[in-house]
Design a protein around this ligand. Structure first.
Ligand SMILES: [Zn+2]
Length: 241
């Protein structure tokens, strides 16, 4: 069984195409349509935490994962109402030292600063059933850091987010999909149960839970393309024999 874990960033009106990284925005109406289609086809959207028994092969069913990277406030405002309506859950990965701040790590691309959830908004996300995952302290390239600092980014972000939401943080997302086997080992050792990447494909029960592929949904992805990406094997990684 292959399970698509969708990767979104912002759920907000798509900016002009001249704006760098504009494809990371998915219009709220389009997001609603995508979720409704999956529901109509009999699928239930789940956080990664909820997906784990399926990823471990302990459970089977028509499920898919929903993830949001970076912790944008527009995800709480525009995606959560849709998820609540449909009875879906999702994982949002927060940059622990940027709560209430902006996506300043993208500033060098010339991207307009967009607000990230405040601590009280993160709590609201969790109270509504959203999973809180970690995306490090500072949205850094983990493989480029000295091991001690990479370890701190991984472990301290978990602790800080747990202090805010009051529940265990067990899901991790590697910024830029930048992870070596060593980095993945650190995430495991820090007490997380899984890690998502940016490489494309649907997840399978045989996958390493710290190297989970995802299906990227961009602002220009139309409904037919969306369903094709989710339900066909088109995005699946090339695997060995
Ligand atoms: Zn990110």
């Amino acid at each position: 069984m292959s399970i698509p874990i969708l990767m979104y960033h912002q759920i907000a009106p798509v900016p002009p195409r001249s704006q760098p990284l504009w494809t990371l925005n998915v219009d709220p109406a389009r997001f609603r349509l995508q979720m409704r289609w999956m529901q109509r086809l009999g699928y239930r959207g789940c956080s990664v935490r909820e997906l784990l028994p399926y990823l471990r092969g302990e459970k089977t069913g028509k499920v898919f994962g929903i993830t949001f990277d970076d912790g944008f406030a527009n995800v709480l405002n525009n995606a959560m109402p849709v998820l609540c309506d449909l009875g879906f859950t999702a994982t949002c990965y927060f940059v622990a030292q940027r709560l209430g701040g902006h996506n300043d790590w993208d500033a060098h691309y010339g991207v307009a600063p967009t607000p990230l959830m405040q601590p009280r908004e993160l709590s609201a996300w969790a109270a509504l059933g959203g999973e809180v995952g970690s995306h490090t302290l500072d949205h850094c390239h983990l493989s480029r850091l000295p091991p001690g600092e990479a370890q701190r980014q991984i472990a301290e972000s978990k602790q800080r987010l747990e202090d805010v939401c009051g529940t265990a943080v067990e899901s991790f997302c590697y910024p830029y999909g930048d992870a070596t086997a060593g980095v993945q080992g650190m995430v495991r050792a820090a007490g997380y149960s899984n890690g998502t990447m940016t490489h494309r494909g649907r997840a399978r029960a045989s996958d390493d839970l710290f190297d989970l592929p995802r299906v990227a949904v961009a602002g220009f992805t139309g409904t037919a393309k969306f369903l094709y990406k989710c339900l066909s094997g088109v995005e699946d990684r090339r695997r060995g024999t």
